[in-house]
Design a protein around this ligand. Sequence first.
Ligand SMILES: N[C@@H](CCC(=O)N[C@@H](CS)C(=O)NCC(=O)O)C(=O)O
Length: 379
Amino acid sequence: MLMMASVAFTGCVSDDEEDTTETVEETTEEETTEEETTEEEETVDPVGEESTSTLDDIIAAGTMKCGVKTSQFGMGYLADDGTRSGLDIEYCRALAAAIGLDPDTQIEYKLATGSNRFELLSSGDIDVLIRTTTWTTSRDADLNADFAGINFYDGQGMLVNTDAQPASSVMDLDGATVCVGIGTTTEGNLADYFNVNDLGYTAVNSADADAAKASFTNGECTAWTGDMSAMVAQKWGLEQGDGPGFNMSIMPELMSKEPLAAATRDNDDDWNDVVTWVWYGMLTAEELGVDSTNYNDADLSNPAYNRLLNSTLGLGTEANPLAATWMVSVLATSGNYFEAYDRSFCDGDGFMQNCLIERAGTQNAPHWEGGLQYAPPMR
Ligand SMILES: N[C@@H](CCC(=O)N[C@@H](CS)C(=O)NCC(=O)O)C(=O)O
């Protein structure tokens, strides 16, 4: 795989990256001018409010506070034995590794609920929010949040107790009682969708997933709506052991767009860049065929590999630039996007088998397989 990608890239790479620590190559006059232009661009002062970077605060504190959820297998899950798993957790761990922290000892996980997550972020109680959070206009504009890597493309789903409410489509849910999390995009989408389709419903507002689950299992609501990834995980959870005592079905409709992204505070650009590019780095590694088992074998004389594995690419602050090997640390911790997904949703054996949620053929497939996961060029 490494070899194939290497052949594909040799025709189109150019040596325009000042951060690469590769062997010095002869430069033509044209290349020199290009490099000077790049340097000039990089010295332009940032526009906007001057502020210290969260990255510097994290390094000074020696710990990174990651706002996560604990209730959703596959995204952010805390098992009874205290282990955490899921794509959001992989992302937090990768981020810690990228900035030189030990992901096992220097991450402080904080529970971020649907309703308190943006307060936690703006008050500084967390350094980064990685918790199935949908990127929307008003959150971006109003909530002192800037979004970063979209680690999962989701949509809203509906789980139904089909004994209490026989249904094979959301259209059959006129008059249903629907459990919905407070402070989520789900609330507004539910109202819009039912309104547009001329359906009535009674909302049972739930403070968190445990409350919603309790209301769904005791019959207070006959349907439960949330991100499809959450509904699949909750259905799976309820089916374990004796099950809930009634039949359940997820309706076929995807009621909204829910691009789930990490978020940082406004005016915290250097930190936001790091959060963004850690995700793109994991995706780029997959694109180049680099994973947790073979990064040591990569041919660094190929500029594309050198940029990925041996280059800061300008990331970090003046006081705390990322190490040139930041992506090596990411790969050693969480692997590339394929590996992180496999471990979060599937057997984690490297073959994407027995997945709770398939990646192939979905929006979460990488762009070269027809999906939406696309990393801009790392150079
Ligand atoms: N992606 C949506 C929904 C995310 C969400 O919080 N969903 C509910 C579905 S049950 C949830 O996870 N609640 C659990 C909690 O707050 O702990 C958003 O950003 O608002």
